[in-house]
Write a protein of this length. Structure first.
Length: 716
């Protein structure tokens, strides 16, 4: 059999071969489709998430900074403009400014919620190139008469693409250049031709064959609380003032003023639904409940109802609506838990048995996280053939609570449910009610956590609780603030949850709680605590090596003495006051690390405009630690030789510093952290004490923090 031979010609897409019959015609046709005069390249556009597959995230009133590499072959000048629009509205545009080394930048504001699209339009700018080169020739003493004629042709070409007054102005400018070439009056003509206004005007009418427009990218804009929020979690059944009585939603309503006074703006409630009786867990998660044991709120559903019902011992739907309304009056919102799982006696089990995974022995598989067993919970089977009906039911459940006034949902373990379902559900909910926010409670692999954020979750739990060493904290804070993750992942830092009592909090005492609070509240724009166990420093674990609380509220009703003298409520209040009064702490993507010569001390700053906060925390809950700072003064907007004041907002002490090296000492027996507002030296400041005055601690005094630390404000 004869072998088949190839032609030996290489053909690339869009580039015809150079031989063979009809090559000229085919080549012309192929080349025309390539837009060969469009010489500009636009690369590395930011913000961009997964090459544009998902939107970046911003908040109402924010400014979106867009940058890109824009360049062309040769040495011609290039022009770039940023174009953007809200939804399907009309396009707006603004010129991009060169940053050097082919990088360009521009910004646009996002005044309302919704999706915004933006792109970059760029082209070689022959007129700017002509102005630059002609001025160089003129400065070198060369005759530029003919160059004026070249400029006039460029103006005429732009005029042919313009209309009305613009066309008339460009034609007149071309005539002026030709007249100057005839008269020899070159300097004034070139001065007029080279003005910025003239160049900007010509950029509005480029040759369309030379223009390159990037593919549009998206920004999802949500309300401000998506970025800046302070969460407080409590169990309604433990909210009663009477230790012998089960708490109610009315009790929670009475406790709102306590929570609001501490400065929290989101009150998060674990599931408020009826709790299953079948296989109910006992205290401390015992496999069997004793009479009167209330069970876990996450074992959702009983004969009283399922995900759209309120536990009768907590009250009614109207009670919940009143709670939501009262919270709003106090400047707060109520967040509800959305846990997609069922108790064995949930109505869905009888009404929709196809939504659960049946085993060969005729039983339904219960939840497991080996070695843990949750016989009181049935997972929902999303592989069911009836998954469309299941998805619709979940969507209708969220809509039900939205109609009740709820605008924030904390979603339990979303990483164990289909990603496509969440993307679909969140998109539909937000299309109907843009104010709804979703917090992802996912402690899982980073890629999966980040994917949840990309597909629509407004905020996300993090690994913060388990980051204790300085190097771990520095690495993680850098990741969530300075990497590409920051474009779509809004971190919500929690030092504790009902499931998480870390070893640091178990063993570190009051200083550990204070330090972790400062780290959480200043390490990101959103944070939360599980209270009252946090402010009352609940620290006893179920057993050695466990992160479960002894006598956990998940399995029993607790009573809390909110007026206890050892409460950290005053300290929590002061930290939240600092957050509300300093814009630098209300944004993400703005944390920068600073050096400090002690591995037990961490230092970082947050800046926003003129708001500059420097945080230094002693990570050792047992011993006083000291060290010399190595501040990045450029990040702080400070000169190397100019004194400045650092005002400790925790203790009200002020110190005069200068340069990047300053001595710090923090004693965990008093206050294990500095939250320093960096201020210029004021003429009204006549003296700075070497040490602040010590005061007695009191739980009811929000600024009384106990014996205060001494920091020496000296220059190395």
């Amino acid at each position: 059999m004869a072998a088949t031979r190839g032609t030996g010609r290489s053909v690339r897409k869009g580039v015809p071969s150079s031989d063979g019959p009809g090559a000229a015609a085919a080549g012309a046709s192929g080349l025309q489709s390539m837009k060969g005069r469009a010489r500009v390249v636009v690369e590395d556009i930011r913000p961009r998430v997964d090459a544009g597959a998902f939107p970046a995230k911003r908040e109402v009133g924010d400014v979106v900074e867009v940058s890109a590499d824009v360049f062309a072959d040769g040495h011609d000048e290039v022009a770039a403009e940023l174009r953007w629009r809200a939804g399907d509205g009309s396009w707006s545009s603004t010129p991009m400014s060169p940053l050097g080394n082919d990088r360009f930048r521009a910004v646009f504001e996002v005044p309302a919620q919704g999706r915004y699209r933006f792109c970059i339009r760029a082209f070689v700018d022959p007129y700017a190139t002509w102005v630059r080169d002609t001025m160089v020739k003129l400065a070198a003493g060369r005759d530029v008469t003919v160059e004026l004629l070249v400029g006039a042709e460029l103006l005429r070409a732009a005029a042919s693409r313009a209309k009305g007054k613009d066309r008339t102005a460009l034609e007149r400018a071309a005539e002026d250049l030709r007249a100057a070439a005839d008269s020899g009056d070159l300097s004034d003509a070139l001065a007029a031709a080279g003005t910025l206004d003239r160049q900007v005007m010509l950029r509005r009418f480029p040759d369309p064959d030379t223009v390159v427009t990037s593919e549009p990218l998206e920004v999802m804009v949500e309300r401000r609380r998506a970025r800046f929020s302070s969460w407080y979690e409590l169990f309604p059944r433990s909210a009663s003032d009477d230790p012998e009585r089960h708490g109610t939603l009315a009790d929670v309503e009475r406790r709102l003023e306590y929570v609001a006074a501490m400065g929290f703006d989101v009150l998060y409630l674990p599931p408020v639904h009826p709790i299953g009786r079948v296989n109910r867990k006992g205290r401390d998660g015992a496999p069997h409940a004793d009479p009167g044991d209330p069970g876990s709120p996450w074992a959702i559903g009983a004969e009283e109802g399922g995900h759209r019902a309120v536990h009768p011992q907590l009250g009614t739907l109207d009670d919940l609506k009143r709670l939501v309304g009262r919270a709003e009056e106090l400047g707060m919102e109520v967040a509800l838990d959305f846990a997609v799982q069922c108790a064995p006696d949930h109505p869905w089990v009888k009404e929709h048995p196809e939504w659960f995974r049946w085993l060969p022995d005729g039983t339904i598989r219960f939840a497991e996280n080996p070695p843990k067993r949750y016989e009181d919970i049935y997972p929902v089977d999303f592989d069911s053939a009836s998954w469309p009906e299941l998805w619709e039911e979940l969507l209708e459940t969220v809509r039900f609570w939205v109609r009740a006034g709820v605008r924030i949902f904390r979603v339990d373990n979303p990483h164990t449910k289909p990603l496509r379902m969440w993307e679909w559900l969140i998109d539909r909910v937000k299309a109907e009610e843009p104010n709804v926010l979703f917090l992802s409670e996912a402690f899982t692999r980073p890629a999966l956590m980040y994917r949840l954020a990309k597909i629509g979750f407004s905020q996300s739990y993090t690994y913060f609780a388990w980051r204790n060493a300085k190097w771990e904290l520095e690495q993680y804070l850098t990741e969530i603030h300075q990497s590409e993750v920051a474009e779509f992942f809004r971190p919500n830092l929690w030092p504790n949850t009902p499931d998480i009592l870390t070893e640091q909090l178990q063993r570190g005492g009051r200083p550990a709680f204070m330090a972790r609070l400062v780290l959480a509240a200043t390490g990101a724009a959103s944070y939360g605590i599980y209270g009252p166990p946090f402010e009352l420093q609940e620290h006893v674990a179920r057993h050695e090596g466990s992160e479960e609380y002894l006598h956990s509220e998940k399995y029993e009703v607790r009573h809390w003495d909110l007026g206890a003298r050892h409460s950290l409520a005053g300290f929590v209040t002061r930290v939240n006051e600092i957050r509300r009064s300093n814009p630098a702490l209300q944004y993400d993507r703005n944390l920068r690390l600073h050096g400090i010569e002690n591995d037990a001390l961490i230092a970082y700053s947050r800046t926003w405009g003129t708001s500059r906060i420097l945080v230094i925390v002693n990570l050792d809950p047992y011993y006083r630690q000291s060290g010399w700072t190595s501040l990045d003064l450029d990040v702080l907007g400070l000169g190397w030789d100019v004194p400045f004041v650092v005002h400790d907002l925790l203790t009200d002490a002020r110190y005069t510093w200068q340069g990047n090296r300053n001595f710090v000492q923090l004693d965990p027996a008093s206050v294990p952290a500095h939250v320093l507002r960096v201020e210029p030296v004021s003429a009204t400041v006549t003296a700075i004490t070497d040490a602040p005055h010590e005061r007695d601690a009191g739980a009811d005094d929000v600024t009384s923090l106990g014996p205060l630390t001494t920091t020496t404000g000296v220059v190395a």
